[in-house]
Design a protein around this ligand. Sequence first.
Ligand SMILES: *Cc1c(COP(=O)(O)O)cnc(C)c1O
Length: 259
Amino acid sequence: MNSPAHTASLTAEDITRFGPDPLAMFSRNLASVEERIVRACARAGRPRETVRLLPITKTVPAHILRFAHAAGIRDFGENKIQEAVAKRAELADLDIGWSIVGHLQTNKVKYLTRFAREFHALDSVRLAEMLDARLDREDRSLDVYVQVNTSGEESKYGLQPGELLPFLEALRRFPRLKPRGLMTLALFSTDLEKVRPCFERLRELRDIAVRHDPAITELSMGMSNDFEEAIVQGADVVRVGEAIFGKRSTPDGHYWPKT
Ligand SMILES: *Cc1c(COP(=O)(O)O)cnc(C)c1O
């Protein structure tokens, strides 16, 4: 294992946010998230191994992510490509697999294709085309999840449900992209009655989509506040940030367009 991060590197600001012992905090939170996943799987009658936890590390500074690595986390999901690029450079000595889960502008494609393993927010043919061309030059491939807007909120990125099948058809032209499934951001609400229909919608769309493209099997849905419900509704990948790394100070409007 790589040399463990040590507490001497913590600033006062770090201690306010992550406590004096971030490794202990992350380990504890991870165990609690794991327990919640296990319980949700039991409730859904699903084996634990059918759900993958993708920790979302956005806003957590790179030097703090060394503690996350020491806590056993190897998959890091970032929303913004610039943030991911900077952290990857700083953590180049660690074995980390990077996923990008947020909207990507076409002029940033070249950064993503250099290192990302997964992209969870594919939502335009133009972007698919540019990713494929760039991946081809680099002789790489990329696992992709197609983002669908299941909440009907204008502020959310993603395809409208009715656009999905023609989009999947168009993706066939891009051999470097490996479609794995669908991704959604559910309605932001603490009311599960409002959140659940988004997850159900994505599952229904997947059930239709998989008949057109047998590779579209997975559902990337569920975050800190709602991942148990997502698991009950069939999530294969849950993207969890705050429940592992603590509250973010950056408002989510920074990561999603304003409502
Ligand atoms: C931040 C983020 C998450 C995780 O959200 P938490 O509420 O911190 O669990 C999941 N998906 C995307 C796309 C995100 O940007």
